[in-house]
Design a protein around this ligand. Structure first.
Ligand code: NAD
Ligand code: GLY
Length: 347
């Protein structure tokens, strides 16, 4: 199956997401695969066997969110120069969202920008991170605060790669699937409640569905000037949790799961979501062993950290909230005392 990411921005081209269609990648140029030791040991040979290029290099960086930083970006850049990649060369990201985000960012700045291809190997990256051209890294001020919109030239989602994924990582990807269902598709949410994603056929359907949703959102709003922000449901809370726990306690998808529950408490207070709907969402998250609570140490400190988020503007924080299951609303005028009372429920 192929999904077209249709873009009308004159500086970026539309591209295809190939789902289970990685036969051969033929490129009449130099190529460098960027990966990490974990993924390389499992899957780089499969990818290498599919690539036909003038030269094909492998650049290996340390594994982990804590390495999604300037130092690693600089290392990749230096490897690109050492291997004499030119402006026609192509980077291929083989890995999860961390590798994809960093490789895309390097592609956006190497010699003022070269092409890159995404080959996502985690569920989270297949259903979300690899599509849509958000690239970037973290710094001490927070997550993904430095980066660029830089669209890949193609995305190859191979569900076979997911077979080696640890259970916790699988569940982290499910959190993003649930996120998309809650905000965009009531029927999909109901289907998730009654079908297990541990069944291969169901997983395939869910991946296709999420890529379809993401394709539609990105086509309508490439640069996140409107509807694309909805994909950040749960993330305003999640980013604070990740920041407070120094990216080491929770996987990104796990932090998103907690963030979804926190956003739901807020939505319930604003009468956007019923208690029953909120419970259904929490149950679905729990079904995949996702965390649904977080002990907030200081609500004031948690609140202040909101303002480091990219979505904070003019001292206002943007919250994406579910409006019943299957619909959303965006609020940037929530009073501080309401937010503190939501956070107080997690003390
Ligand atoms: P990740 O990239 O850290 O991968 C998770 C772990 O799984 C790593 O240890 C990795 O080595 C390992 N791994 C990857 N593929 C594997 C496989 N097939 N088998 C076994 N192990 C495998 O984490 P992630 O959850 O994929 O991505 C999270 C990152 O994505 C965050 O940095 C987040 O900010 C970013 N993200 C970006 C976007 C976007 O639109 N650009 C969207 C969502 C998330
Ligand atoms: N994952 C959020 C986005 O792509 O916009």
């Amino acid at each position: 199956m192929k999904v077209n990411i249709k873009l009308d921005n004159k500086s970026t081209n539309s591209y295809l997401v190939y789902i289970n269609e990685l036969e051969k990648i033929e490129l009449d140029t130099k190529v460098a695969i960027v990966t990490n030791p974990t993924v390389s040991a499992l899957h780089v040979d499969t990818l290498l066997s599919k690539i036909k290029a003038r030269e094909c290099h492998v650049i290996t960086v340390p594994d982990g969110e804590k390495y999604k930083n300037f130092e690693t970006v600089n290392f990749i850049l230096e490897e690109c120069f050492t291997k004499r990649l030119d402006r026609k060369s192509i980077l291929i990201a083989l890995g999860g969202g961390v590798i994809g985000d960093m490789t895309g960012f390097v592609a956006s700045i190497y010699q003022r920008g070269i092409d890159f291809i995404q080959v996502p190997t985690t569920l989270l990256a297949q259903v979300d991170a690899s599509v849509g051209g958000k690239t970037g890294i973290n710094n001490k001020f927070g997550k993904n605060l430095v980066g660029a919109f830089w669209q890949p030239r193609a995305v190859y989602c191979e569900t076979n790669f997911l077979k080696t994924l640890p259970k916790r990582e699988f569940s982290a990807g499910v959190a993003e699937i649930i996120k998309m269902a809650i905000t965009f598709d009531k029927d999909f949410f109901q289907w998730l409640e009654t079908n297990s994603l541990h069944v291969e056929e169901n997983l395939q359907l869910a991946i296709n569905k999420c890529i379809d949703i993401k394709a539609d959102v990105v086509a309508r709003d490439e640069r996140e000037e409107g509807i694309r922000a909805v994909l950040n449901y749960g993330h305003t809370f999640a980013h604070v949790i990740e920041n407070e726990t120094k990216y080491s306690k929770y996987l990104h998808g796990e932090a998103v799961a907690i963030g979804i529950v926190m956003a739901n408490v807020l939505a319930s207070k604003l009468d956007l979501l019923s208690e029953e709907e909120s419970q259904r969402i929490t149950s679905l998250l729990k079904k995949y062993d996702l965390p649904v609570t977080y002990p907030i140490d200081s609500v004031e400190k948690f609140y202040d950290t909101f303002f480091l988020d990219k979505k904070s503007f003019n001292k206002k924080i943007k919250f994406i909230l579910p409006h019943k299951i299957g619909n959303f609303c965006i609020k940037d005028d929530i009073k501080k005392d309401i937010l503190l009372s939501v956070l107080g429920e997690f003390k």
